[in-house]
Design a protein around this ligand. Structure first.
Ligand code: F6R
Length: 242
């Protein structure tokens, strides 16, 4: 694992953008980006949008696959992950909507939807996967206890995750209790992995991911088994690393 500790959130975001730019440049934009939602990658998405708006980079040939989606929230709901990505990135860059993919949290047959997403992932290998990390060590919605060989599936959110995510909703009761999430095995299939973390509430999870035992109790520790992971954190999130 390559670990980079930046002074602050902006530095983390700019450094993360360099990694994305490298992949975009090497492939002429004809690549697959695995993307995450949440607060952490917002600064990275701003950097991507700024350069695209300035005409320095184009996502016309780029495809994206997102990690997860809540079950039961209409796609237009402000808190759906599809809507989040549209508002924070896709509407600000020149990507084609049909090239952006999500699990469908409103599918009638959720099990069939998980299979469909796994087939899609097989057909669209990711060049780089952006990840945030939960304060409990989750990646995507793979909560502690998730087997490392898991594929896309419906997950029950842990109480701590519901609490963490309630900041985006009017109340904790409104946070969906289930989500469709890419599995750890799917995540590990990406050629490169870029993990971002910011803030002191992530420090212990970051330590466990990078330096701790490889255990299902910390899903992010599975990343130690991947050969090309870059972890970029701000000083607070990196505080337990030394
Ligand atoms: C989001 C996702 C989650 C978040 C994690 C951190 O698609 O899969 O694993 O990356 O919960 O969230 P933030 O960035 O809001 O702290």
């Amino acid at each position: 694992m390559k670990i980079i500790v930046c002074e602050n959130y902006d530095g983390m975001s700019r450094r993360a953008y360099e990694e994305i730019k490298k992949v975009m440049t090497e492939t002429g934009g004809e690549c697959v980006l695995g993307l995450a939602t949440g607060s952490t990658p917002l600064g990275l998405y701003k950097c991507m949008a700024a350069d695209c708006e300035a005409g320095k980079i184009s996502y016309e040939k780029t495809r994206t696959v997102n990690l997860d989606e809540y079950v039961g929230l209409p796609a237009a709901n402000e808190q759906s992950y599809r809507r989040f990505m549209r508002d924070n990135l896709f509407d600000k860059i020149d990507i084609l909507e049909e090239n952006t993919r999500f699990p469908d949290g409103n599918a009638e047959d959720l099990a069939a939807e998980c299979e469909r997403y796994d087939e899609l992932l097989e057909k669209t290998p990711r060049d780089i996967q952006v990840l945030g990390i939960g304060s409990n060590g989750h990646i995507a919605f793979n909560e502690p206890g998730t087997p490392f060989d898991g594929r896309t599936r419906v997950v029950e959110l842990k109480e701590s995750t519901i609490k963490d995510n309630s900041r985006f909703f009017a109340s904790e009761e409104e946070v969906p209790r289930r989500a469709i999430s890419m599995g750890i095995r799917d995540i590990l299939q990406s050629k490169k992995i870029l993990v971002l973390a910011s803030g002191g509430n992530k420090a212990e999870a970051v330590r466990a991911m990078c330096r701790g035992e490889i255990t299902e109790r910390c899903p992010a520790s599975a990343l130690q088994r991947h050969g090309d992971v870059t972890v970029i954190v701000d000083a607070e999130a990196g505080a337990e690393l030394c």
